[in-house]
Design a protein around this ligand. Structure first.
Ligand code: GLA
Length: 454
């Protein structure tokens, strides 16, 4: 990683195993508050807003893999991520001189800034500065601290090293400053604003929500519109989901030829109800754990080798295209778009909207496949998602295509790029008896971001 990296954060674990970092398995049952099961906020042990801070606070933020539901989060849609066992750890201790002092252990890089008013910075420094600034703004003044950051997540590989870092920073800083943890849905929004306002990437809520709500053995079916609506109903946030406040539309790039993508059967019916019933009452509306029971099948990721820096990639352009499509359709979010909406739009906006509509449907199909243990169908959903991201959303690059082809040749039942695209990792599902390539990393659903010590 270089100091100038726009987004993505990677640090080797400095002698500690990630497994050792994993906390206790949360108890079964959904989280009735905004905090996930097993979190300190839920157990009521926090010291309260502005109380005495911990002398040393250590927190872990996991990365995430998204099974399906890509580029749907900022369109108030559906996603199916899971937090992984790899992540980032932040240790906060008292600062000797009233300044924030951050040590990024892998690159031997440092940052020093005043906690009360962090100035803007480039690259990795914008994360800690942004987290401190936005927590303070939200009424959680941050005590000056010495921070040491370690971790094993590859940067820019589509596994959300950024959200892992933000979550670990926020949880460590809140505990060190003596604050009770805010509602985790609100914390996810605040951390997403760090990306938007400090890092320059107009990302949605997928990564932070997955990192804050991970549950071992489960994926999380996120309905971003329902999440926003629940928060609004509780008076915690204005507006519905993420699709309503957006960047101005950019000039759409010239349209390359579209390729037909096999469409999955069935269609997500807006308002038809949540697959399998409402998730765990109003407080967790929009976050539904779905058992990820793979038996002897394996999910692996392979790095395409192309680093993606979301702020610098076409991500913001795609988001602007969706905003333009909404404007032309006269709707507040693409979740309101009907099946005929693409036909009323010019290219490439029609292709973008087609992808979003189909991708929401694929999340529903993937949930159904997991519930019935139909992993072959799950593989087909991964393939269809990849084809759509390549041909309709146009966020693939040749190295990603080569990686997907290699994984399929090795016997994967399905393979797709994960994350924002333009590089990063490929996720593949392998049936029993098929061996993934040597460089593949097995990914397992782990627990949420959590305090390891205070
Ligand atoms: C990145 C962003 C997420 C989401 C994905 C694409 O990971 O951080 O908010 O938009 O891309 O699904």
């Amino acid at each position: 990683m270089t100091d100038g990296a726009a987004r993505g954060y990677s640090l080797p674990e400095a002698g500690r195993s990630e497994v050792a970092l994993d906390g206790p398995t949360p108890p079964p049952g959904g989280a009735p508050t905004g905090a996930p099961p097993g979190s300190r906020a839920r157990r009521g042990r926090s010291s309260g807003r502005g109380g005495r801070g911990a002398a040393t606070a250590v927190a872990f933020g996991p990365g995430r893999v998204n099974l399906v539901g890509e580029h749907t989060d900022y369109n108030d849609g559906l996603c199916l991520p899971f937090a992984i066992e790899l992540g980032v750890t932040v240790r906060a201790r008292q600062s000797p001189d009233g300044l924030m002092r951050v040590h990024a252990a892998d690159i031997g890089s440092h940052d020093v800034f005043p906690a009360a008013a962090p100035p803007r910075a480039e690259g990795w420094r914008s994360f800690a500065r942004g987290v401190v600034a936005l927590l303070t703004q939200a009424g959680y003044p941050i005590r000056p601290a010495r921070l040491v950051v370690t971790g094993r997540l590859p940067r820019g590989a589509g596994l959300s090293s950024s959200a892992a870092l933000e979550v670990a920073l926020a949880l460590a800083l809140l505990a060190h400053s003596g604050h009770r943890e805010p509602d985790r849905r609100e914390l996810a929004r605040l951390l997403s604003r760090v990306e938007n306002e400090w890092v320059g990437a107009r990302t949605g809520l997928l990564d932070q929500t997955a990192s804050l709500y991970g549950r071992p053995g489960h994926a999380l079916c996120l309905d971003i519109r329902a999440l926003g609506a629940a928060l609004a109903a509780e008076g915690r946030a204005a507006g519905a989901g993420q699709g309503t406040a957006d960047v101005p539309a950019a000039d759409p790039p010239p349209a390359p030829a579209a390729r037909a993508v096999p469409r999955p059967p069935g269609r997500w019916q807006v308002g038809a109800g949540w697959p399998g019933g409402a998730p765990g009452g109003p407080a967790t509306a929009g976050i539904e754990p779905v058992r990820l029971d793979l038996g002897r099948w394996r999910l692996v990721t392979v790095d395409s080798g192309v680093r993606h820096a979301i702020a610098a990639s076409g991500y913001n352009t795609r988001r602007a295209e969706c905003a333009r499509a909404r404007e032309l359709l006269g709707i507040g979010s693409l979740r309101e778009a009907d099946d005929e909406a693409p036909g009323r739009l010019p290219e490439p906006l029609a292709r973008r909207v087609r992808h979003v509509l189909d991708e929401n449907e694929r999340v529903r199909l993937a949930v159904a496949a997991l519930r019935t243990g139909d992993l072959l169908s799950l593989g087909r959903v991964l393939d269809a998602s990849h084809a759509s991201l390549r041909d309709l959303y146009e966020v693939s690059v040749p190295e990603v295509e080569e990686t997907v082809a290699r994984l399929r040749a090795a016997g994967a039942a399905g393979a797709r790029m994960v994350g924002g695209g333009f590089g990063g990792s490929v996720l593949a599902l392998f049936p029993p008896g098929r061996r993934p390539p040597a460089e593949a990393v097995r990914v397992l659903p782990g627990g949420p971001g959590r305090l390891l010590r205070r």
